[in-house]
Write a protein that binds this ligand. Structure first.
Ligand code: RM4
Ligand code: MN
Ligand code: MN
Length: 397
């Protein structure tokens, strides 16, 4: 018989070994708000520097082998840039992750991209989607993550239903071009940049569009893309139940799409989401979920914020993995509310840091990734090497 401590450690190892998370190239760049940017000397401004930063995060945490790319910011020449990216993959030991088309920065997209009333502009947007799919094929990256900024600002100024039709048509064409192992992930967001209606405003719309597009399309849940009171774990449970959950963009927020670091405002929310996932896995549901971070680090140091986020994600994932689900099911069945809640909350309050630390040591990783980052001098070196250039400010405001 194993003692309970080592049984818990075995469980923890199983959970942590199975958990990887993708980091975004734009999280290393100088981003900001629409009011301005506070430029950091160590911020990455080239794709090479983003790969270097990603490799450092992976060296410290061991669980971030892929880097999400934003086509316009990272492959400005489209497919022609793929060989350079492949070379960087080799050099830094980091693979390209999800490909994020950019349908929100060109001037043509003032009134929409895939939903623009002008056919020529819809075509241009579709071409960009198809180029992004080809980039994914060239780089061997599986997921195309579509966030559509389309919408309108004033009632009556656009036909909401016509735009649904255009969107359905475009996504069907995209789906036809996917390789058999590629997926189309469809993100939703209730508002911003459009303030009256957003063409893909919630998970129901994403689900519908994904189903309509074809079997390789799924919903992408960005935790920042919900109204404040919304029960995100319930949405996740529904997407799990219906087989439509493709992945997450993790971040935290106090108000809207604040893109703050994961778990900084409401770690219990992320715990509850992970609980739904562990419960579904425990019930034998087939899951294929891409965990991705989508954050912009405006004030925190970029690499530091990313490492902190990865570590937080692991801790919350592990807390939820350690919920005694058998016992919880008994309490749920007998409607023993306080016992169920105490068990659930107890798992959330459990300090799993000794377990994550022991797991890291067992895997030959730094026991404390943030301390190891500080000790490495990586950020200071990057600031010295990168800071002298006139800071090219890429990415979005
Ligand atoms: C959007 C959305 C997208 C992300 C951009 C930068 O709000 O979350 O996923 O790529 O921001
Ligand atoms: Mn997102
Ligand atoms: Mn967002």
């Amino acid at each position: 018989m194993k003692d309970p401590e080592s049984a818990t450690f075995d469980l923890a190892c199983k959970a942590l070994d199975a958990f990887q998370i993708e980091i975004p190239s734009w999280g290393f760049a100088n981003t900001g708000t629409r009011f301005g940017k506070f430029v950091q000397a160590a911020a990455a401004s080239t794709i090479e520097e983003k790969f270097a930063d990603a490799a450092e995060v992976n060296r410290l945490t061991g669980v971030t082998p892929t880097l999400a790319l934003h086509v316009l910011w990272d492959l400005p020449n489209g497919l022609a840039d793929a060989p350079e990216v492949k070379e960087l993959e080799q050099r830094f030991g980091i693979r390209s992750g999800s490909i994020n088309p950019n349908l929100f920065q060109d001037q043509e997209y003032k009134f929409g991209s895939l939903c623009n009333p002008a056919q020529a502009i819809r075509q241009q947007a579709l071409r960009h989607m198809l180029d992004s799919i080809e980039i994914g094929k060239a780089l061997g990256s599986r997921d195309i993550s579509l966030w559509l900024a389309d919408g309108s600002n004033y009632p009556g100024t656009q036909s909401i239903r016509k735009r649904i039709g255009w969107l359905q048509d475009a996504l069907s064409v995209c789906h036809e071009h996917l390789a058999p192992d590629q997926r189309l992930l469809i993100e939703y967001k209730p508002f911003e940049p459009a303030f009256y209606h957003t063409d893909i405003a919630d998970w129901g719309m994403s689900s519908h569009l994904a189903r309509h597009a074809g079997p390789q399309a799924r919903v992408l849940v960005d935790t920042g893309h919900h109204y404040t009171a919304q029960n995100i774990e319930q949405i996740v449970a529904w997407l799990l139940h219906t087989g439509m959950l493709g992945g997450f963009h993790f971040n935290d927020r106090r108000y809207a799409d604040d893109d703050l670091t994961l778990g900084s405002i409401d770690p219990y929310q992320i715990f509850r989401i992970f609980h739904e996932i562990h419960a579904a896995a425990g019930d034998g549901l087939a899951l294929d979920i891409a965990y991705m971070i989508d954050q912009s680090h405006n004030l925190k140091g970029k690499v530091e914020a990313m490492v902190q986020t990865v570590v937080t994600a692991q801790e919350l994932y592990l807390k939820a993995a350690l919920v005694d689900r058998e016992r919880l099911a008994v309490h749920q069945q007998s409607c023993d509310l306080v016992a169920a809640e105490e068990l659930f909350r107890g798992a959330f309050w459990r300090d799993v840091r000794p377990l994550t630390r022991a797991w890291r040591e067992a895997r030959g990783l730094p026991a404390d990734p943030l301390a190891a980052l500080a000790a490495s001098g990586y950020v200071e070196r990057a600031a010295r090497e990168r800071g002298s250039r006139s800071a090219a400010v890429s990415s979005y405001a």
